[in-house]
Ligand binder design. Structure first.
Ligand code: UDP
Length: 140
């Protein structure tokens, strides 16, 4: 299986509760390595650009409001099959549908405030990593 990189975001509902370490423990326990990391706060423009694919969706404005409401941690996870593995560890978008033991099942408040983001394909992973990090920021 190929070694991949994927973009992970710990969302404002999780930074607010001071559980970034608990969440990152899940990634490291699963064999993923944090090879870049930054705590930041998105501007409205950045959040709109990052979620541009959802621009026409009814939840877009609320999502942008939530994602700019507090600090986030953006990070690159690296490992075998990292994109799919991260999605498995995160669980389904809606915590009510998330499998037992996943981050969203254990920590998410609801379908919007769901604690984590993870890229969903190799193409989006490449674009999303580039959105936040330069090559020089990523250190194995
Ligand atoms: N979202 C929302 N309402 C919805 C669906 C999604 O607020 O009905 C938010 C939620 O925070 C989700 C993000 O929009 O994580 C991106 O949605 P996507 O369908 O890409 O889910 P993900 O890939 O994050 O599981």
């Amino acid at each position: 299986m190929a070694v991949e990189r994927t973009l992970s975001i710990i969302k404002p509902d999780a930074t607010e509760r001071n559980i970034t370490g608990k969440i990152n423990q899940r990634f490291e326990d699963a064999g993923l390595r944090i090879v870049a990391q930054r705590r930041t706060r998105l501007t409205r423009e950045q959040a709109e650009a990052f979620y541009a694919v959802h621009k026409e969706r009814s939840f877009f404005d609320s999502l942008v409001g939530f994602m700019t409401s507090g600090p986030i941690v953006v990070q690159v996870l690296e490992g075998e099959n990292a994109i799919e593995k991260n999605r498995e560890i995160m669980g389904a978008t809606n915590p009510k549908e998330a499998a037992e033991g996943t981050i969203r099942a254990d920590f998410a408040y609801d379908i919007e405030k769901n604690s984590v983001h993870g890229s969903d394909s190799p193409e989006t992973a490449a674009a999303e990593v580039k959105f936040f990090f330069a090559d020089v920021d990523i250190v194995k």
